[in-house]
Design a binder for this molecule. Structure first.
Ligand SMILES: CC(C)(COP(=O)(O)OP(=O)(O)OC[C@H]1O[C@@H](n2cnc3c(N)ncnc32)[C@H](O)[C@@H]1OP(=O)(O)O)[C@@H](O)C(=O)NCCC(=O)NCCS
Length: 244
């Protein structure tokens, strides 16, 4: 989203936050994400009367959607679905893809939870009762119609039948649209995950609210510094709970 669109949709303070963040990202490798969790017992599905249908996709169906470049679906995701048992819930309007959300289980590799650079990836391992939403997308023409919230709330309700009680997700610090959707359906902010440094020396700061929930951050290979901060610190940083 451009600065102008951010200004129009999210106001001056968030636009300044967005601008400062992008400038900092040009100076060092920097990625800040909201870590959030949704409980199947407290999820609030957005109420709308849009004519959408929702369906879990098969690898063949995902493969047939790959030509749709804007959606970011690719062959690697089909492989993940076939080999790792990933789930994709898609929303359709008149047989046209409106959006989708992609879920992984047990372990998430750094490259599946990263910003623009591979260096920003942070791997995670999850308890069996939790899944991770590592990719979500709504086509531009459907944005602002609560498609994303409906995808996530519906997916968690459906996965509840498979003993999944919680959905974990990350969203970029400046992805204000995603924050609105996620916190709007009941996601709880667990803190901020920081990944920063230079290609030869990267650091990761994670909130300590994750460990009691059974979430582990995986150590990246190579030289790396890492630390865990109290959620209090994470939440007082700009863009934490107050920035949502
Ligand atoms: C983030 C995203 C999935 C939200 O999907 P959505 O179904 O449009 O979400 P919502 O309808 O709940 O709208 C959330 C906010 O997006 C903003 N929004 C509304 N229309 C928009 C549009 N056309 N374009 C961009 N943002 C828009 C609004 O601020 C809205 O909140 P508000 O209506 O309370 O003001 C979607 O913008 C998207 O696909 N973005 C690109 C990929 C991405 O960021 N994925 C999320 C990874 S965590």
């Amino acid at each position: 989203m451009s600065m102008l669109q951010t200004l129009r949709r999210h106001g001056l303070v968030r636009t300044l936050q967005f601008g400062a963040y992008r400038v900092a990202q040009r100076c060092i490798v920097l990625d800040i994400t909201h870590l959030m969790i949704l409980d199947a017992n407290t999820v609030v599905a957005p109420a709308t009367d849009d004519e959408l249908t929702f369906d879990f996709s098969t690898p063949d169906e995902v493969a047939s959607l790959i030509g749709d470049d804007a959606s970011g679906l690719d062959g690697a995701m089909v492989d993940r679905m076939s080999h790792d048992g990933d789930f994709c819930l898609a929303a359709f309007a008149n047989n046209q893809l409106a959006g989708y959300a992609w879920f992984a289980f047990e372990q998430v590799e750094p490259e599946c939870n990263q910003g623009e650079s591979l260096l920003t990836g942070v791997g995670l391992s999850l308890p069996l009762s939790m899944c991770f939403m590592y990719k979500g997308f709504v086509h531009r023409e459907f944005r602002g119609r609560r498609v994303y919230g409906r995808l996530l709330s519906r997916a968690l309700t459906l996965l509840f039948g498979r003993k999944i009680t919680h959905l974990l997700s990350t969203a970029d610090w400046a992805n204000f649209s995603a924050h609105k959707s996620c916190y709007g359906i009941g996601f709880r902010h667990l803190g901020l995950v920081w990944r920063f440094g230079y290609p030869r020396r990267m650091f990761t700061v994670t909130p300590n609210t994750a460990k009691p929930l059974g979430i582990r951050f995986l150590k990246n290979a190579d030289t790396e510094g890492s630390s865990t901060v109290g959620s209090q610190l994470a939440s007082t940083l700009p863009g934490g709970r107050g920035g949502v």
